[in-house]
Design a binder for this molecule. Structure first.
Ligand code: TA6
Length: 281
């Protein structure tokens, strides 16, 4: 399989990002003077046709195996397609770039026989703001799932806590997917974690090792997905070092399962992820 094109670099006066046209995947983002906020695997495969491990993969138009569990590729085809590079804009304080995926002919008609246009814009200030707009360009309604599957770099996931989800319920996809559980406290990591939280609020990732808080805000999203593969999951993944599970946590702004987005012909939906970093006092 052909190697994928290397990432483009985009900079504002206060942060810089690297973005692949393949999957329109943000591969790195750092405010000036900060370590990269996004994690990427040293063993990521960089070949067309395969997903790239790290950054912010776009999962769309289905999540995991989709509504019936059988859709392939896993997490949809948006992350393994080349997106068209569109307009870049600069202001004295910001930079932005846009990517387009025009699905005028369904490429996976068995699983998603619908026509849509997706536009993804990434704006850089001292925040990263990623906006995924999906428009129904078909003559019939459809529903789709989506996730901005962000991999956040952390000092050691065992020391990380996530605020903002206490009082919410979640599906525990790793251990007991058949029933909902309640989150009573901040989220901590002691085992494989793969949860779909019912929440449209913002969250904060506290990372005492890297001495920073990562504030993750969103709009147009009913779910947070929180994932860490832990020891066994990392061993099973061929594109991840055995010990890499300690170095990241995925916190994903999503609309999945019963929160799939319904679009009438001509309608559009926007999913927005806004990431900001504050040093720990
Ligand atoms: O978002 C969590 C999840 O769906 C997990 O179940 C895990 O499989 C992860 O995504 C990574 O999926 P991938 O297809 O990129 O290996």
């Amino acid at each position: 399989m052909a190697p994928i094109e290397s990432a483009g670099t985009y900079s504002s006066p206060s942060s810089r990002a690297r973005i692949l046209r393949y999957g329109a995947q943000v591969m790195g983002w750092a405010p000036t003077g900060e370590d990269d906020v996004l994690w990427r695997s040293r063993r990521a495969t960089m070949r067309a046709g395969e997903p790239v491990r790290g950054g912010i993969p776009i999962c769309m138009p289905w999540f995991a195996g989709g509504p019936h569990g059988d859709a392939r590729p896993v997490h949809g085809f948006a992350r393994t397609r080349y997106w068209e590079l569109g307009q870049q804009r600069h202001t004295p304080t910001s930079a932005s770039v846009r990517f387009d995926l025009n699905e005028a002919e369904p490429c996976a008609p068995t699983f998603f026989p619908h026509r849509f246009h997706a536009a993804y814009s990434v704006a850089l200030t001292d925040d990263l703001v990623a906006t995924l707009r999906v428009r129904n360009i078909d003559s019939t309604p459809f529903a789709f799932e989506e996730a901005l599957h962000a991999y956040f770099a952390v000092g050691d996931v065992k020391d990380v806590t996530i605020d903002g989800l206490a009082g919410r319920t979640y599906v525990d996809a790793a251990h007991a997917p058949e029933r909902r559980r309640a989150q009573f406290t901040e989220v901590t990591f002691v085992e494989e974690t793969d949860r779909i939280y019912d929440s449209s609020e913002s969250v904060v990732i506290h990372d005492p090792r890297k001495r920073r808080h990562i504030l993750v805000d969103k709009a147009g999203s009913a779910d947070w997905i929180v994932w860490n593969p832990w020891v066994e999951g990392a061993r099973r993944a061929p594109d991840m070092d055995d010990r890499a599970w300690q170095d990241f946590v995925c916190v994903e702004a999503a609309n999945v399962r019963e929160h799939a987005v319904h679009l009438e012909p001509g309608e559009e939906h926007a999913l927005i992820l806004d990431v900001h970093v504050d040093p720990m006092a």
